[in-house]
Design a protein around this ligand. Structure first.
Ligand code: KIV
Ligand code: ZN
Length: 382
């Protein structure tokens, strides 16, 4: 079994969601939870961007004991220096520096040439190395960068001391096969790749962030950059809980993380509450309906054996139980199951009568609650 490092960027890329800016106190609370959850790297912020961000990175650096604390910078000396200052107290500091490498970014963002970008990348990594041992380089828009040029940039920044190479699909454009092939190409064509690890950083503009990250690790990447609930710019980032549970539910991949999955639900709710960003009910792993069954056929199966319609034990992600939701589509098995939980048991004929009454109620109400059941029973004349 090989381990994939989890690089959490909830407090940096995740916080770029409009209206979700967090204060230092809240960031410290979330950082402590992420450290407990077992993330390997915690990206605490972008120190040059504001005094508030600088302060958050400094305070998080002081308090985090297990995870590597990482700070973002552009490939600009001032940025890197400020990132290093904010990380001064970190037990395990990492500077994350980089530059756009796609022709699009080179031409329109920097009005530069490939050679100039390569030089700036090397200089930035070498400068960051003066402050910390652990330097991660990001090739922004790597998803749309020519593979040959990308491999050259990676090789040269490794020579300059980069320990991790972040290959972001910044615009969420790639298909899983394409992103996986890119990682494979880099693994096979960067001469000194044994001195660094490749990292996946995928955005979700086409809903493919999780699939792309998994394709990345299947092809040799050993770090995934992700956020709780998949929050982030535009359509968001790779969702931490999804990649963790995909690797755990597929032992055939021979890849795992060090995440304590039992804390996933609690962490999801904390981030959602603090950021004021509700989790969609059908969100994989942590949505309210992720373990709820409402159709009669599914309910009957789950009551007989949970695994018939559930591939994850809800307890493994910190959810107490599967939910059998009573609606007009529920069957007798579900009604009997829920009634038994609150102390009622029926023979077959009695159940038929209660069920007829239940259907009248269920057609009127969207969902039948525990407190409705005794009333339905009393109206059934059994
Ligand atoms: O999406 C991206 O390219 C980024 C980099 C700054 C790492 O977030
Ligand atoms: Zn990003």
């Amino acid at each position: 079994m090989d381990f994939v490092k989890i690089f959490d960027t909830t407090l940096r890329d995740g916080e770029q969601v409009p209206g979700c800016k967090l204060d230092t106190k809240t960031k410290l609370k979330i950082a402590a939870q992420l450290d407990q959850l077992g993330v390997d790297v915690l990206e605490a912020g972008f120190p040059i961007s504001s005094p508030g961000d600088f302060n958050s990175v400094t305070q998080i650096s002081k308090t985090i004991n297990n995870a590597v604390v990482c700070a973002l910078s552009r490939a600009v000396e001032k940025d890197i220096k400020v990132a290093a200052q904010a990380l001064e107290y970190a037990k395990k500091p990492r500077i994350h520096t980089g530059i756009g490498t796609s022709d699009n970014h080179i031409k329109y963002k920097f009005n530069a040439s490939r050679e100039q970008i390569l030089e700036r990348a090397i200089k930035a990594v070498a400068y960051a190395k003066r402050f910390v041992e652990d330097v991660e380089f990001y090739a922004e828009d790597a998803g749309r960068t020519d593979n040959e040029f990308l491999a050259l940039v990676c090789e040269k920044v490794i020579e300059a001391g980069a320990t991790v190479l972040n290959i972001p699909d910044t615009t969420g454009y790639c298909l899983p096969e394409e992103y996986g092939a890119k990682i494979k190409y880099l693994k096979e064509n960067i001469k000194n790749i044994d001195k660094a690890i490749l990292s996946c950083h995928c955005h979700n503009d086409l809903g493919l962030a999780t699939a792309n990250s998994i394709a990345g690790v299947q092809n040799g990447a050993r770090q995934i950059e992700c956020t709780i609930n998949g929050i982030g710019e535009r359509a968001g980032n790779t969702s931490l809980e999804e990649v963790v549970m995909i690797l755990r539910q597929h032992p055939d991949l021979n890849l795992d993380t060090r995440i304590n999955s039992k804390l996933l639900f609690q962490t999801s709710r904390m981030v959602s509450t603090e950021m004021g960003m509700p989790v969609q009910p059908n969100k994989a792993i942590v949505g309210m309906n992720a373990f709820a069954h409402s159709s009669g056929i599914h309910q009957d199966g789950v009551i007989k054996k949970r695994e018939t319609y559930e591939i994850i034990d809800p307890k493994d992600v910190g959810v107490t139980d599967s939910a059998i939701v009573l609606t007009a589509r529920s069957g007798r098995a579900a009604l009997a199951f829920r009634a038994k939980k609150i102390g009622y048991e029926f023979g077959k004929l009695e159940l038929d009568r209660v069920y007829d009454q239940f259907l009248i109620w269920a057609d009127r109400k969207k969902e039948i609650k525990d407190e409705d059941i005794p009333v339905i029973i009393s109206e059934s004349n059994i």
